[in-house]
Write a protein that binds this ligand. Structure first.
Ligand code: PLP
Length: 503
């Protein structure tokens, strides 16, 4: 790395990013492009030599501006309400740049002592900020690590549970293991289960209902576990969710842990999105009973300003993870894992994850926590929850719409009532040319129409057979004005969609 050239190029890139953010609102949130459009505009092969001209980077940045940016989905646009956000902040981005610039690979303690120790400190800091039970923190005998995604967190904890169980019952019984979740659990758990050797038929997806707010029923879980035991199967693992992807439903942790207590089931909590809310004491109830869980993960890149990617995983028993994922190799272990510092085992994070190499994620999270403070993060989360409550109130004031499930955190799920109900609600009559679009189809059309405007981007989910639109507020740049404008777009497009079916 040439320091002078890096300084000059770094300024170009920082200016480029800053300019993008000043103009981000001018782009349609989601581009209207057909697959394959970009390859047609770029050379078929990479240049053999640096591109001609003084500055290949400046030329490439011009292409980013002209060819790429107009055709990306603008995740940082304040009009992006489609998915749980990937929040960005100055220090989140600069922390990433710092970590990438230093390019350290802290796979063992010895491979970078301060990077490893910062991860130990910062995961305890974050765990305390989220009001996690002491047993999940290093200070309480557990501990945390920073991975890229929740999917990795689920996989690692599942593999740790599997190996402990097989050590008890014998490896030949791997085919008897059964895992549990609800029909609202993120699909990444199914993928993790497959990778961990759980057969498709041994993945129990327990149905939820609208009446119970799409949460996992402890009674149904208990019944499933007992039925499996009675059939000679071995219940292994429960993936509970705090903040499900479709509706942000919160599974009742205390009751679920009680339901499987004594049955040898390890409990993991996927709080990818809503874990962040626990930074506010008023949301701590969402994880009531977490003292009994074995592991817990959340993505600070989703709602805590930490930029992609950052998933924090805490476990009660680090030794279960390291037994399953640990390796001893002389070339890597310059300092053996057993070396002790004040009686504490050195942490080699390669033994807490799938890969050997790893990024220095602790740096950006440390900067975010230092520069925003826990109070700053609380204010950030609360502002989004307030905006979501305002959006919900606007929906409730328009009789054509219904809020399909009670709002959780900053996610609002809503839909148009049936065309007839919507027409009746505004005192109108349906015309003769009416198209009897059933409500799911009507709402599909509404979402398409909203997104086609480029002025708001929302998504959908099908829960209990009902198609709902999801408005997930959580973007770093989102302000009340953007939420009001999004509501205007929804209202306008609803009028158009209803008119098209004769209402
Ligand atoms: N779990 C939940 C509840 C989610 O909402 C998501 C994504 O939104 C995930 C897991 C997947 O997260 P990741 O991409 O970090 O694996």
């Amino acid at each position: 790395l040439d320091a002078d050239e890096f300084r000059r190029q770094g300024r170009l890139v920082v200016d480029f990013i800053a300019n993008y953010y000043t103009r981000i609102d001018e782009y349609p949130v989601r581009p209207a492009v057909a697959p394959g459009f970009l390859a047609r505009q770029l050379a078929e092969t990479a240049p053999a030599r640096p591109e001609p001209g003084d500055d290949a980077l400046a030329a490439a940045l011009r292409d980013v501006r002209d060819l790429i940016l107009p055709r990306v989905t603008h995740w940082q646009s304040p009009r992006h309400f489609a998915h749980f956000a990937a929040t960005a902040s100055n220090v989140g981005a600069l922390g990433e740049a710092l970590a990438e610039g230093l390019n350290i690979n802290p796979f063992t303690w010895a491979a970078s002592p301060a990077a490893t120790e910062l991860e130990v400190v910062v995961t305890d800091w974050l765990g305390k900020a989220l009001h996690l039970p002491e047993g999940l923190l290093f200070s309480g005998g557990g501990g945390g690590t920073l991975l890229g995604t929740s999917c990795e967190a689920t996989l690692c904890t599942l593999v740790a549970a599997r190996d402990r169980k097989l050590a008890e019952i014998g490896e030949e019984r791997i085919g008897d293991l059964v895992v549990y979740c609800s029909d609202q659990t993120h699909f990444s758990f199914q993928k993790a289960a497959r990778i961990a050797g759980i057969r498709r038929g041994d993945y129990r997806e327990i149905p939820t209902s609208r009446e119970s707010g799409f949460t996992l029923s402890p009674k149904a879980l208990r019944a499933a576990v007992r039925a499996d035991e009675a059939a000679g199967r071995v219940p292994l693992f429960l993936c509970a969710t705090v903040g499900t992807t479709p509706t942000a439903a919160v599974d009742p942790l205390r009751e679920l842990c009680a339901a499987v207590s004594g049955h040898g089931v390890r409990v993991h909590v996927d709080a990818a999105y809503a874990g962040a809310a626990c930074v506010c004491p008023e949301f701590r109830h969402a994880i009531a009973g977490a003292e009994a869980v074995d592991s817990f993960s959340t993505n600070p890149h989703k709602w805590l300003l930490a930029n992609m990617d950052c998933c924090a995983l805490w476990v009660q028993r680090p030794e279960a993870l390291t037994a399953a994922l640990g390796t001893d190799h002389d070339v890597i272990l310059e300092v053996p894992s057993s070396e002790r510092d004040d009686g504490r085992v050195v942490v080699d994070y390669k033994d807490w994850q799938v890969a050997l190499s790893r990024r220095f994620r602790a740096l950006k999270l440390w900067l975010v926590l230092r520069c925003h403070g826990v109070e700053g993060l609380r204010g950030f989360v609360r502002a989004h929850v307030r905006m979501a409550a305002a959006f919900e109130a606007m929906l409730r004031a328009d009789a054509r719409f219904e809020v399909s499930v009670p709002r959780q955190f900053a996610l609002v799920c809503f839909r148009l009532r049936s065309a007839a109900a919507a027409a009746a609600a505004v005192g109108g009559k349906r015309g003769r040319d009416r198209d009897d679009a059933e409500p799911n189809e009507l709402n599909r059309r509404l979402l398409e129409a909203v997104n086609a405007t480029g002025r708001a981007y929302m998504s959908s989910a099908v829960v209990g057979g009902i198609y709902v639109l999801r408005c997930a507020i959580g973007n770093s740049l989102a302000e009340e004005q953007h939420v009001r404008e999004a509501w205007c777009v929804v209202q306008e497009q609803a009028t158009v969609v209803l008119a098209a079916v004769g209402c």
